[in-house]
Design a protein around this ligand. Structure first.
Ligand SMILES: Nc1ncnc2c1ncn2[C@@H]1O[C@H](COP(=O)(O)OP(=O)(O)O)[C@@H](O)[C@H]1O
Ligand SMILES: [Mg+2]
Length: 593
């Protein structure tokens, strides 16, 4: 229940005016409903339709007198017109209120989702890295949608509570003693059934967690579907899926059982209690029979309200955990927002270079070991630099630090003698990045190029393609730039894919081009294409190449060798190769084998 209050608060602050109007309408509707119900019997008896009624006392007399006050004779037409009038007004208000409800739900859900999406978009890489894609997707597209239901549930709950209060008050005016009895009975049941509320809360969390697992199971299965088929492990996958789904079913059914049981016990309890009250009333209060009918009406109206309040609370318990996880994710992301002003899109033209000064870094998940340890180097503007080292040496971490995706734990990174983090937005605008597992949209080559540079002209695109040694093969394609590349670029060969990604990076006219093992998964032929492309770029911009195969970096102006997060050597290819004892030559030799 602890999330109910924050949720209500957010909802209220978001929709203030409509929220109040909504509540007011509910109050009015509750009043109309209560009055119309209370009025039916007396109205009918006043009109003489239920002849056994005593017209001279109680509510009936009061209604009779009110009508007479306006000079109206209470007969069937008057009763029917009153009834119709009340019903029309009620239906119209109900329609109006239902509409406001939908608006609040939809706009609130949109607001929460966009806010979370934004928080995620601007969060630091380190935080995002710690989340799985399926976890975030699930929260954004499934759980927050579920909150629409919670909003409706909450509004209904408030409405029901208010209407109940109004009805109780009205009933109290009619017959305080009997209403008191009905309330005591309702209260006992309410408290008695509270244990179910706790259980429904537990189920709600379980359902949420299983749903999330189910989602990631499907996502992972689809991501690895080629391997799954190649290994022939479809059956274990199917079984695992079935297992999770069975678990989910169990929990959903259990939570429904609770709700249904609550409803049943209420109905039974209501009937039992009503009988007792009626018997007691006859004996003790000696009321007239008309009040019996009224009390029967009151109970028949109030008891379902008690039970729907309880089911409402249980329903909220099922849905609010979604709000909690979304809130939690948002909180984490907001705590680690990057400062990226959208109006500061100017690029940095690198003049002197980028300097790493005693830079150390450790991942939050591995705090006791430095992934980067007191590293110093200068990437001079306009030069081509290479990072080499065995896998796990820290090259990609250095690249992420260079992009500003990660922040040094110690030391500083200076771009033209200014702190990188102080100019994060312009710096990112100046970077072209080609990772090993590059990303392409399932769209045309044109769309993929424009994705990173929406303002590029046709000419710019061809120029970038040409620089990336991709012009020829794109021109050969029947659809040219309009060729659809497929999901993550599956319709292109690995080499073609990387050259499109390189073209995309170059289209941004970056000051710094970073290739993190961009050619590692390519064959010699394709690697040579990209290598030639990069050779053609030499001197035009600052280049950082992380390479596996040392043949690709022969022409680099400066080679940095890393080992266990430390820079161990630095120099040109010739210089490092001359020293037969250098780490670099041993790396080179191990590659030749
Ligand atoms: N997300 C991460 N969380 C924790 N440790 C990481 C993470 N990414 C990399 N590391 C560790 O940091 C070190 C350097 O990794 P990385 O920079 O990827 O090396 P390289 O690119 O040279 O192969 C490795 O020991 C690796 O295990
Ligand atoms: Mg790497």
């Amino acid at each position: 229940m602890k999330m109910l209050w924050p949720y209500l608060k957010e909802l209220f602050y978001f929709s203030r005016r409509t929220f109040i109007i909504n509540i007011l309408l509910m109050v009015i509707l509750g009043l109309v409903e209560g009055v119309s119900v209370l009025m039916v019997i007396p109205l009918l008896s006043v009109a003489g339709i239920i002849p056994s009624m005593d017209v001279g006392t109680g509510v009936t007399a009061w209604i009779n007198r009110s009508f007479q006050h306006f000079g109206l004779v209470v007969n069937l037409p008057v009763v029917l017109v009153t009834y119709l009038g009340v019903t029309y007004a009620q239906s119209w208000l109900q329609r109006y209120q239902a509409q406001i409800n939908v608006e609040i739900q939809q706009t609130f859900s949109r607001f929460l989702t966009i806010r979370l999406f934004k928080a995620i978009a601007y969060a630091e890489w380190q935080v995002l890295m710690s989340k799985t894609k399926s976890e975030i997707t699930h929260i954004l597209v499934t759980e927050l949608v579920q909150l629409i239901g919670a909003t409706l549930g909450l509004l209904r709950l408030i409405a029901t509570i208010l209407i109940t209060i109004i009805q109780v008050t009205l009933a109290f005016l009619v017959s305080p003693g009997l209403t008191g009895l009905v309330l005591v009975g309702g209260f006992i049941l309410f408290v008695g059934l509270r244990t179910f509320t706790a259980e429904s809360q537990k189920r709600g969390r379980a359902i949420l967690e299983i749903n999330s697992r189910l989602f990631s199971e499907v996502t992972e299965h689809l991501e690895g579907i080629k391997e799954v088929k190649s290994y022939g492990i479809e059956l274990p996958q199917v079984n695992k899926f079935e297992e999770i789904l069975t678990e989910l079913n169990g929990n959903v059914i259990a939570s429904q059982v609770i709700q249904n049981r609550t409803n049943m016990l209420y109905t039974m309890g209501a009937a039992t209690f009503l009988s007792i009250v009626l018997v007691g009333a006859v004996e003790i209060f000696k009321n007239n029979p008309q009040d019996f009918i009224i009390i029967a009406l009151i109970s028949s109206r109030l008891w379902p309200k008690f039970s729907s309040i309880q089911t409402g609370i249980q329903g909220m318990n099922l849905m609010l955990p979604a709000f909690e996880t979304a809130k939690q994710l948002e909180k984490e992301c907001l705590a680690a927002q990057e400062h990226l002003p959208e109006d500061d899109l100017q690029k940095i033209e690198l003049k002197s270079g980028v300097e790493f000064k005693d830079v150390s870094f450790c991942y939050a998940s591995a705090k006791d070991s430095y992934a980067i340890n007191k590293v110093n180097f200068l990437l001079a503007a306009g030069t081509t630099n290479a990072f080499v080292g065995v896998s796990g040496a820290g090259k990609s971490t250095l690249v992420d630090l260079l992009i500003g995706l990660l922040k040094p734990v110690e030391g500083s990174i200076l771009v033209d003698n200014e702190n990188l983090q102080d100019n994060l937005r312009p710096w990112r605008s100046s970077i072209g990045y080609v990772p090993q597992d590059s990303f392409l949209l399932n769209a045309s080559i044109r769309d993929n190029l424009l994705w990173a540079c929406p303002n590029a002209t046709e000419e710019d695109m061809w120029e970038a393609l040409q620089m990336a040694a991709a012009e020829d093969f794109v021109r050969r394609m029947t659809n040219g730039l309009e060729t659809i590349v497929g999901d993550r670029g599956v319709r292109l060969s690995g080499g073609e894919r990387q050259r499109i990604v390189l073209a995309r990076a170059l289209l941004r006219k970056p000051s710094v081009l970073i290739l993190d093992e961009a050619t590692s998964s390519l064959d010699m032929e394709n690697e040579r294409h990209i290598q030639q492309a990069i050779d053609g770029l030499r001197g035009k911009l600052t280049i950082v190449i992380v390479a596996h195969r040392l043949s690709t970096i022969q022409n680099a102006d400066q080679i940095f060798v890393f080992e266990q997060g430390k820079k161990v050597e630095q120099g040109t290819y010739q210089l490092l190769m001359e020293d037969k004892n250098s780490r670099f030559s041993s790396l080179a030799n191990s590659h030749k084998k």
